[in-house]
Design a protein around this ligand. Structure first.
Ligand code: HEM
Length: 168
């Protein structure tokens, strides 16, 4: 069984479960490890998406005009099945989702280990330090996002996004 699996898995980019199965067959992960990885994957995926959708619905509930605009855009998609090409046409919905993620980030900070001395502006982060990147503070920094507590999807309009950092 293991050898068949190895042949199937050779030379291709592996999906999550295939990757875990491949490591299991090589002995580089045990069943407890697989369980741990699967749990964090499911938790990372479901929590973040549930929080993001809940806040987006909350903001659309508070801003009826924006909600109407989203509705009109969604109504332009015809048919029962929605394709990924259809989703790409929902540009205003994308702006709304980005603004919602900015104002209510499901993940508000993320830890980083400093592998070698790193100068950030006037601060030196020494090798070996552990630091937290505070996304929520960046998202609410008025020099980056003026009037940061306002829900304004226009911040992520195509022309404004073109002026910003591609990963913002
Ligand atoms: C609105 C949706 C989501 C947001 C805002 C979000 C945000 C994040 C952030 C900020 C991190 C940490 C990244 C880092 O430290 O470099 C992360 C990690 C991760 N996310 Fe998401 N995520 C979302 C959806 C998903 C989905 C749908 C999946 C899987 C299908 C997923 C799987 C993961 C995994 C596996 C990790 C790594 C966890 C670890 O290293 O322990 N996320 N996510």
């Amino acid at each position: 069984m293991d050898s068949i699996l190895n042949v199937i898995l050779q030379d291709r980019k592996l999906a999550f479960l295939d990757l875990l199965a491949s490591h299991y067959s090589k002995g580089t992960i045990d069943l407890a490890g697989i369980e741990e990885e699967a749990n964090s994957f499911v938790a990372a995926a479901t929590d973040a998406v549930a929080i993001a959708i809940s806040w987006t619905i909350y903001e659309l509930g508070k801003h009826e005009k924006l909600q109407q605009r989203v509705l009109e855009e969604v109504d332009t998609i015809q048919g029962e099945e929605i394709s990924s090409e259809d989703l790409q046409k929902l540009t205003y919905l994308e702006m709304v989702l980005k603004e919602s993620l900015r104002l209510h980030s499901p993940a508000q900070l993320t830890p980083r280990y400093v592998e070698k001395d790193l100068q950030v502006g006037e601060h030196l982060l020494p090798e070996g330090a552990e630091c937290l990147v505070m996304m929520d503070m960046v998202h609410k920094n008025p020099t980056i996002y003026p009037d940061p507590l306002e829900f304004d999807p226009e911040r992520f309009s195509l022309e404004k996004s073109a002026r910003g950092h591609p990963q913002a």
